[in-house]
Design a protein around this ligand. Structure first.
Ligand code: FE2
Length: 192
């Protein structure tokens, strides 16, 4: 980790954007540009927030806006790991910091697969109820860890949302939480 200030600068800029009243469309343009700048350099995320588990993908809270208007999370995918099919109910941006991911999109009731695309390092995917909210994300690699940085329009760890049965599409409610419960994660990173 060489430049932890990159996350601080990103959060400061993103906070100004939200303070300015930016809605989803500006978030997906100006906020996306900010996220692209953050993930353009892989020299700021401490190893403790990029640690994979043999059991399942990991979700570390990096920062949550005090008013919970947005949160920043690192997702760490061990080789071949994948999420279930799930929704978000708020806007979200998925930016690949390290490695690569496969994103499968779903639509309809029950959700059915519509398309799949590859996200390489530096790529950003968008989700929301407006642009398409149901997907499954997996590590594109079976032999290495991938890491992505996500930004959501809420504390995503607290949002009540759904996972969908892969075979039937039947929804089940879930609240994801974070691996590292408690705040302030950002201060721990800056002090690291
Ligand atoms: Fe997702």
């Amino acid at each position: 980790m060489n430049h932890p200030s990159r996350l601080h600068d990103f959060v400061a800029s993103f906070t100004r954007l939200v303070d300015d009243g930016a809605g989803e469309e500006r978030i997906f343009s100006e906020g996306k540009t900010l996220l692209a700048g953050l993930i353009a350099h892989d020299d700021w995320l401490p190893a403790g927030y990029a640690r994979a588990s043999d059991q399942r993908y990991q979700q570390y809270l990096l920062y949550c806006d005090p008013a919970e208007r947005f949160s920043v999370v690192s997702f760490v995918w061990g080789p071949g790991q994948a999420t279930p099919v799930h929704d978000h109910t708020v806007w979200g941006m998925v930016g690949v910091l390290r490695g690569a991911e496969t994103c499968e999109e779903f639509a309809g009731t029950p959700p059915r697969p519509t398309c799949s695309h590859h996200l390489g390092q530096g790529a950003i995917d968008l989700v929301s109820p407006r642009v398409g909210d149901v997907h499954r994300v997996s590590n594109a690699f079976t032999d290495r860890v991938s890491v992505s940085i996500h930004v959501y329009g809420a504390d995503i760890g607290k949002v009540e949302r759904h996972v969908f049965d892969a075979a039937t599409g039947a929804p089940s409610p879930f609240v994801s939480g974070h691996v590292n419960a408690g705040a302030p994660a950002l201060l721990r990173i800056i002090d690291a």
